[in-house]
Write a protein that binds this ligand. Structure first.
Ligand code: ZN
Length: 161
């Protein structure tokens, strides 16, 4: 069986020292492809750089709710450029996190809505994070219902519907 790890946080500095060994171990355990999570402007650039230089690696590009206060027009332009690259396979990590509130909720909502629009514009799936923000999360998703493609949500604290 071939596995795909869709949320590999491999841009973290803790992997710098033994990155190739980590990849090798993943392959030995049947993980044929890994999608490296981009969670900020710089993180998304780094994720793409890894994907470009390693076979079987892909990247997401997005801004995590924790970093939403950094999301501005420049970030959005960067994300648009990154999403033109073949190795970038999903928009995210994006979503809402009211558990930690590292960024103000208005900033989180703004960044999330812009990235939902980006996913529609570039017709890519979404890699989503939702924690203790169920109602706002669902209303954002309702606004784009029928326009977005596939999506995965993790850290999910709501109910199914
Ligand atoms: Zn997350």
């Amino acid at each position: 069986m071939q596995l795909v790890d869709i949320g590999a946080n491999l841009t973290h500095e803790s992997f710098h020292r033994d990155f190739d060994a980590v990849l090798e171990r993943a392959r030995l355990h049947g993980v044929a492809q890994l999608v490296v999570t981009g969670a900020s402007a710089q993180g998304s650039r780094d994720a793409l750089a890894l994907a470009r230089t390693h076979a079987g690696l892909y990247a997401t590009a997005g801004v995590h709710p924790h970093h939403a206060s950094d999301f501005d027009a420049e970030t959005e332009q960067l994300l648009r450029e990154l999403h033109q690259q073949r190795e970038v396979v999903a928009v995210g990590e994006t979503g809402l996190d009211y558990h930690r509130d590292f960024s103000p909720r208005t900033a989180q909502l703004f960044a999330f809505e812009r990235q939902l629009e980006l996913a529609i514009a570039c017709a890519k799936p979404l890699f989503l994070h939702q924690r203790d923000a169920h109602d706002d999360f669902i209303s954002c998703m309702d606004n784009v219902k029928g326009k977005i493609g596939r999506a995965v949500v993790h850290c999910y604290t709501g109910e199914h519907n």
